[in-house]
Structure formats: structure tokens, C-alpha cells
Design a protein around this ligand. Sequence first.
Ligand code: ADP
Ligand code: MG
Length: 212
Amino acid sequence: MSSNAFASLSLDPALLKNLQGLGYKEMTPIQAQSLPPILEGKDVIAKAKTGSGKTAAFALGLLNKLEVKRFRIQTLVMCPTRELADQVSKEIRRLARAIHNIKVLTLCGGMPFGPQIGSLEHGAHIVVGTPGRLLEHLDKGRLKLDDITTLVLDEADRMLDMGFRDDIRHIASQMPANRQTLLFSATYPDEIQSLSADFQKQPVSVSVESVH
Ligand code: ADP
Ligand code: MG
């Protein structure tokens, strides 16, 4: 077995089998670096360029620890835009195909409130959304974050560029402090360090530099 094989990880066999079906054999470099500490439950800050497979890195981590029988929102993934949130939801669903009855809910701005409110009433295991809309649902008492065990900040650099820092702070303040927080970014400006300092505990830093 190559050292970068997914099978070298302590992943749920159903997830491993599904990865084979998807044709994911080897971990990408950022997956190989970030998945071991993620699966140990550590906070991780990961930097790698677009297209390097960051979504599966956090998605496999959160799916591996999800308690499917507990129908509560256990994971919140924040993304800068609706397009990115849709892509992340799609990838999580693909990777979760082996696990029955996992409910992933996407909550983004620019979409009507009605269906989102209805979906929140039905419940979910995983919520993916943009900070502004998540905050609106939270403030109205529709989104409950008491059972969150994993918070993911995806494309954190872009979320900061778009001015979401205060929204993220407000949302994170409504979650249990003993959660795992994963931060993914394509670049690593000083503000990312400070965002990490706000939300993460003794994070493991991993980064894959572009060879070009
Ligand atoms: P990033 O978030 O770093 O920009 P993505 O998570 O969107 O990158 O991944 C880019 C593409 O690579 C996606 O189409 C995804 O399905 C694919 N991919 C991710 N990990 C693997 C892997 N280990 N093997 C094969 N394809 C992968
Ligand atoms: Mg990404």
C-alpha cells in the first residue's frame, strides 16, 4: 500500500469503499498532511492552492466522526459564496453516499427564505452556508448550534476579503467551545493567523506550496 493511500487512514470502512468507487485512490498532498491530525480531532489550519482537494480533507474528517443516529446539526461549514457552498455540499454528499440518511442542508444568501426555514424545521446533520444568511437564521432562532462538534471555515482568506469577520465571530460564539475547528485557505495573510487565534485551540498548521 502506498503511504498516501486513503486505506492507510483510520477511516470508516464504508467511507473507504465509497472513495474507491469514486476513483479516489491516493490522497492529494494537502489531504495526506491534514487528514491524520483532523482524524485525531485536532484543530487544523491548512493552506493549499485551489484545486488541491481541500474539500475532501475536511469532509472526510467531519463525516468520519458524525453520529448519524443523532439527528442534530453537528457540523457547520462556512463558505464565502453560494457557488462555493453548493460545490462543498455536493462533494460532501458524494463522499457520504455510503452512509445512509445523512442530511446536508445548504443555507445561502440570494435564495428565498421559505424553503430554508422549512428545511431547518425538518433538521439536518450538516449545514453548509454563507455567513450572512447563517447569521440571519441564527438571530431568528431557527438555526441551533448547541450540538456542533466541527466548525469548518473554508476559503477563509476570501471570507475575510468579503468582510465576513464579524459575522463569523458572532456565529462561532454561539457554538460549544470544545468543538473542533478546521480552517482552510488558499493564501496565508496575517489576518488568517489572527482569525485562527480567535477560533482555534493549538492548531496544527499544514501547507502545500505550489511547485510552479
Ligand atoms: P480545493 O478546495 O482545494 O480548491 P477541491 O476540493 O474542489 O479543491 O478538489 C478539486 C477536485 O479534485 C475535485 O473535483 C475533487 O473531486 C477532486 N479530488 C479531490 N481529492 C481527490 C483525490 N484524492 N483523488 C482524486 N480526485 C480528487
Ligand atoms: Mg475549496
